[in-house]
Each structure stands twice: as structure tokens, then as C-alpha cells.
Design a protein around this ligand. Structure first.
Ligand code: ADP
Ligand code: ADP
Length: 227
């Protein structure tokens, strides 16, 4: 069943001589529960694509449909809700708030959404992410792997339908990287979440159900590798 669809996405940055075509008529559809890896050289448009799918960057033209809803046809207020509730973004450099502890960072989007923290879900995530006992630690008191687990917790706290990760292991050694991938796969399976991961790591791409390769803003390969 389709959950997300990109239709003719084009993104042009800048104007005139400085114009960069970051995405050039990109179309694809993603099924619920699918684990999709996006690969391609640096500067090929992967982050731009992920940001547009996540509601944080607007396409120059083309559309994104989430469960049939035209994401960018929504009013700003609805778009903000889409960002907080329907997608979870994970970055290479964690983007944690330094003065907030583990639990406060994880629950920030929920609280910003004006919703009560689901303690049961919070505790389940702390358990899954091996962050029990670290609840009150600040980011600088944690290792890189732990910080990334907090940022995953933050992305999962709202139980998003789609998790979008941009080089989530780019800053970690291979052992920590595989741990992070295992966690993302676990969540993908347990909650039937759709998982889209940008990666340079072939070992990670090969664990996905499907690989999309992007070059110069265009899809050059779209292959299901696991049914
Ligand atoms: P990737 O994630 O594959 O490395 P990006 O999506 O980050 O690629 O970038 C695609 C192209 O768009 C690159 O040429 C990059 O320099 C350009 N680009 C990305 N973001 C911006 C921006 N905010 N302003 C101008 N150009 C940008
Ligand atoms: P203690 O230091 O007393 O052992 P913990 O830091 O382990 O307490 O936290 C106990 C429980 O309270 C944990 O289940 C955790 O999820 C929750 N918790 C901790 N800090 C916060 C917070 N800032 N907001 C909400 N819940 C929190």
C-alpha cells in the first residue's frame, strides 16, 4: 500500500548564473513499511529530496503526497503538524539541544505540539535505545552513538508513519553504525514504519528492501532488492 509519493519533484536553488538544479523531475512511490535506501554522490540532491519529503524544504515544482494528501497544498499550520506528527527526521549531526537532557530532547517535538508525553512510549523507547539510566544526562555527557540514539528517540516519540534519516551513521564507527541501523530496522518492523535512509555505506544500503540511486538530481536506478 502506497504511503508516500513524489511526483515530478524539481528543486532549483538560486537564480540566473548561480542557479543550481538540485532535483530534476524526480518521481517515485513508497509503500507503507518499506525500507528504502537512497544512494548517490555528494551534491546529487539526496538531502534536498529528503527535506522536501519531510516538509522542511519546498519544491520549486512537483508534488509530495502523504497518504493521499498533497503536502505542500496545505496551509502552514497543517504543514507544521505534518512535520511534527507524520514524519521523523534524523540527521548525521544529531541536532540535539545542548541544555536539554535526554528525555527533554526526546519529548521536545511532542511538547511543542502541545500534547502530553506518552510515558509508556517514552519508556519503551528508552529501553529499546538502551538509554535507561541516562534520562537526565545532557548531550555532552553522552557518546556519539548515544547522542544519535537520543535523536532517533526524538524522531520516534511521535510515532511517525515515515522516518527520514540523512546519513544517520555518517559520524559513527562501524560498530555503532550497525547498532543504529539495527534500531532503525527494529522500529521499521515493530511499528510498520516506512524508513528512508540516505547512506554512503554500501553495507547499510544492502540491508534495505529497495535502493534508489540519484545522480545530478535524477533517479538513475530504482531497484527492489528484497521482497
Ligand atoms: P546531497 O545530499 O546528495 O549531497 P544536496 O541535496 O545537499 O545533495 O545538494 C544538491 C545540490 O543543491 C548541490 O549542488 C548543492 O550545492 C545545492 N544546494 C543544496 N542546498 C542548497 C541551498 N540551500 N542553496 C543553494 N544550493 C543548495
Ligand atoms: P532517577 O535519576 O531518579 O533514577 P531517572 O532520570 O532515571 O530518575 O528518571 C525516572 C523516570 O522519569 C524515567 O522513566 C524517565 O523516563 C522519566 N523522566 C526523567 N526525566 C524526565 C523529564 N525531564 N521529563 C519527563 N520524564 C522524565
Amino acid at each position: 500500500m502506497e504511503i508516500l509519493r513524489a511526483e515530478n519533484l524539481t528543486k532549483i536553488y538560486g537564480t540566473g548564473e548561480n542557479q543550481v538544479v538540485a532535483l530534476d523531475h524526480v518521481s517515485f512511490s513508497v509503500n507503507k513499511g518499506e525500507f528504502l535506501a537512497i544512494i548517490g554522490p555528494s551534491g546529487s540532491g539526496k538531502s534536498t529530496l529528503l527535506h522536501i519529503l519531510g516538509g522542511v524544504d519546498t519544491p520549486t515544482s512537483g508534488k509530495v503526497y502523504m497518504e493521499g494528501t498533497d503536502v505542500y497544498a496545505q496551509k502552514e499550520e497543517q504543514l507544521a503538524i505534518f512535520r511534527r506528527r507524520q514524519v521523523g527526521l534524523i540527521y548525521q549531526f544529531y541536532n540535539l539541544i545542548p541544555v536539554l537532557n535526554v528525555v527533554e530532547n526526546m519529548t521536545l517535538p511532542v511538547r511543542m505540539d502541545g500534547r502530553p508525553v506518552n510515558k509508556e512510549h517514552l519508556n519503551e523507547l528508552l529501553e529499546i535505545l538502551s538509554l535507561k539510566g541516562r534520562e537526565n544526562h545532557l548531550p555532552n555527557q553522552l557518546s556519539g552513538g548515544q547522542q544519535q540514539r537520543v535523536s532517533i528517540g526524538r524522531a520516534l516519540m511521535n510515532a511517525p508513519a515515515v522516518v527520514l534519516a540523512d546519513e544517520p551513521t555518517g559520524n559513527l564507527d562501524s560498530k555503532n553504525s550497525q547498532e543504529i541501523v539495527e534500531l532503525l530496522k527494529y522500529s521499521n518492523q515493530k511499528f510498520n514504519q516506512t524508513l528512508i535512509v540516505i547512506t554512503h555505506d554500501e553495507n547499510i544500503a544492502l540491508q534495505a528492501d529497495r535502493i534508489i540511486a540519484i545522480e545530478d538530481g535524477k533517479i538513475t536506478r530504482d531497484e527492489v532488492i528484497r521482497a
